[in-house]
Structures are given as structure tokens and as C-alpha cells.
Design a binder for this molecule. Sequence first.
Ligand SMILES: [Zn+2]
Length: 173
Amino acid sequence: MSSRQNLFCPEKLSYVQGHRPRVDCILCSAYRNEPGVENLIVWQSELFFVTLNLYPYNPGHLMIVPVRHTCTIEDFTEAEILSSFAIQRMAFAVLRQMYNPKGFNLGYNLGHCSGASIDHVHLHVVPRYQRELGFMDVLNGSRIIVEDPIRTRERMAEAFLRESEESLHSLKE
Ligand SMILES: [Zn+2]
């Protein structure tokens, strides 16, 4: 994904070069809602939170993040493993409602040789769309993502709330 980062997200380049907010961990800071750190969290539980990506590859690009600061999935507890999959399923439902994607890419970048720019483990969920290539052609190799992140965050938080109430409901039945 690194070539795409450079192609589509020029701001991200300065981020990986070190011009990031001076905090120990950007995800822990976002979770604690610290000043100076963009908070794009759309849902949270005791174990995980879900946040929009500040530099999305596509509209609806999310990250599923354990609340606990850990740099590996190898020490996930049983509860975290189960919760992680339940949240992935919820994220698919939310993204289908909001964006009607035709596919998804999911992935972790783990460790310094993987392209990870943040140590704190996070699972990327990137919706894929049929017309992506058409847009690229039209815009001559660059992509503009037309979305107001604040409005997107509100809409998505509402969708996650509805979806999590529904999944709790269906568990009780
Ligand atoms: Zn952290």
C-alpha cells in the first residue's frame, strides 16, 4: 500500500517523515480525546474502538483498534479475538449501508518492515468500489476524496450505534 499512500495522500508523506503530533501514541491519544489530535472515533466498547482514517485510501476507510496499547496481535486475549471479528462484521454492515461497496480489503501492518507508521495495532478496513479505476483515469492519476470527515463521522457513528443495538438485540433472541 505504500505507493498508494504517496500517490493519493501527500499529507501522509510528511506524517511518515516525522511531522506528526508530539504524542507517545497517536491512537491512544485519539482514544483519550487529547487536544491537538484529530478525533474521528465512530464507535467504542471496553476492548476496541473504531475510527475513520485521517488519510483514507477510499471513502469509508476505517481502522479497528484495541483500546489496550499493544503492538502485536499475538497477545490478543480470547475476548479480544472474538470481539475483533464481531466488530469486523458490524463494520461491513455499516459500510454496506452507507457506501454500498463491491468488496473490502482488510489488513494489519505489523512491525517496522511492514510499512506500519503507528506501532499500536490497528486493522484497516478499506471498502472497494467498482468505479475506482474510472475516477483515477479522469483525474489523471490522482484521486480526490470528496467527503467532509466531520459529517462522515456523525453519520457513521449513528450507523454503528444502530448496528450495535441490532446485534445486541439479535444475540438476546
Ligand atoms: Zn497506543
